[in-house]
Ligand binder design. Structure first.
Ligand SMILES: *[C@@H]1O[C@H](CO)[C@@H](O)[C@H](O)[C@H]1NC(C)=O
Ligand SMILES: *[C@@H]1O[C@H](CO)[C@@H](O)[C@H](O)[C@H]1NC(C)=O
Ligand SMILES: *[C@@H]1O[C@H](CO)[C@@H](O)[C@H](O)[C@H]1NC(C)=O
Length: 334
């Protein structure tokens, strides 16, 4: 049981160790292709000691007191450091130095892993305008793995460096403040800066087609609304006028009705008196009874209807005075 627990613990421990190893920087030293590099090993008083350099366990230098069996003496400094010339990708790996005492005991050891990297290419800074709200800048490089990005934003005079992602998203409002951009891409041994880019997203709106469409849609909507409003106003005005006319007509009708009830003969006469000024013939034809009576009146003036005649005569005389109602009770004899 204890054995199982110990095994389990060991497994877990080794797992943790693996994790920490994965997080650890894989290289102690970084160098650019074609570069000359001196490995940082120092042993004072080399003298009679043996010096051995290995690259990935292969001996590349072995010497003692000027006797060199492997490699070149000029590659080794007085303190035992190794000079590497014109580095290639094949030069990468683990280098180890061992200094051995004359009594065959180890005096000093050193090791270090070297990574050889290519120079980063100059990035191409591009941008896209996203629906009038954002500008997305992209720092384009061929192989972005393991590279670090940085941005320089030129705001009037100031320079601001904050972002470290490959893409940078800024709002149009920010874009008005920030004049121009450069992005830089770097690996452990080199850094390159893009050309300065000044995005122009607002002057020609990002998607001009969409904007045009929305504008036309807006215009059409506004026009339609205006038309509907105009129609409504017209309809309301017409309704009000019609209503006023109707109420006026109704009132007149009611007045006429009441007059007719009171004096069915006189009121038409009164109306004809008003209308005779404009169209006397129509008024006469429209009221044939009155006409007939008027016509017959001179003939039957003598004895047939003296009361009626007097009433008519009386009705005709005050007709310019627009008060037919007051006249009403005066003629109850019909
Ligand atoms: C590397 O060293 C060699 C010889 O010492 C020299 O010719 C060359 O210019 C050096 N290269 C660099 C990049 O310094
Ligand atoms: C070997 O030599 C070194 C110095 O030269 C000394 O410090 C060390 O004690 C010696 N070891 C043995 C086992 O003799
Ligand atoms: C490098 O040296 C360290 C101690 O400094 C040692 O733990 C490690 O195993 C060595 N690596 C190699 C590959 O020899």
């Amino acid at each position: 049981m204890a054995c199982l627990a110990a095994t389990l613990g060991l497994v877990i421990f080794s797992g943790i160790m693996d994790l920490s190893a994965a997080n650890k920087d894989p290289c102690d030293l970084y160098a650019l292709v074609g570069q000359n590099l001196t490995l940082p090993f120092v042993f004072e008083g080399l003298g009679v000691h043996e010096l051995r350099w290995t690259h990935n366990t292969k001996i590349i230098f072995y010497g003692q007191q000027g006797r060199v069996s492997h490699g070149k003496a000029e590659d080794i400094s007085k303190t035992g450091s190794l000079s590497l010339k014109n580095l290639q990708f094949s030069s990468a790996g683990i280098y180890q130095a061992d200094v051995v005492n004359p009594n065959r005991t180890l005096a000093k050891t050193w090791n270090g892993s070297l990574c050889v990297l290519d120079k980063v290419a100059k990035p191409q800074l591009t941008y896209i305008c996203v629906k009038t709200s954002d500008v997305i800048l992209n720092c384009n490089v061929a192989n972005p793995q393991g590279l670090t990005f940085s941005w320089t934003l030129f705001m009037d005079d100031k320079t601001l460096i904050s972002e470290t992602k490959q893409t940078l998203s800024i709002s149009l409002a920010q874009q008005k403040v920030v004049r121009s951009f450069t992005c830089s891409v770097a690996n452990k041994v080199s850094k390159e800066k893009s050309d300065t880019v000044r995005p122009t997203c607002e002057s020609p709106p990002p998607p001009p087609l969409f904007c045009l469409k929305s504008q036309t849609v807006l215009a059409v909507l506004a026009g339609g609304a205006g038309l509907i409003l105009l129609l409504l106003v017209i309809i309301i005005t017409l309704c009000c006028r019609y209503r006023r006319i109707r109420t006026q007509m109704r009132r007149r009708d009611q007045e006429g009705l009441s007059l007719n009830k009171l004096e069915p003969k006189i009121s038409p006469v009164y109306e004809t008196m008003h209308q005779t000024e404009d169209a006397p013939t129509v008024s006469q034809t429209s009221l044939p009874k009155d006409c007939c009576e008027n016509v017959t009146q001179p003939e039957a003036q003598t004895e047939n209807k003296p009361a009626q005649l007097s009433a008519d005569a009386e009705g005709q005389r005050p007709s310019p005075v627009p008060k037919p109602r007051t006249k009403g009770p005066k003629t109850p004899n019909i």
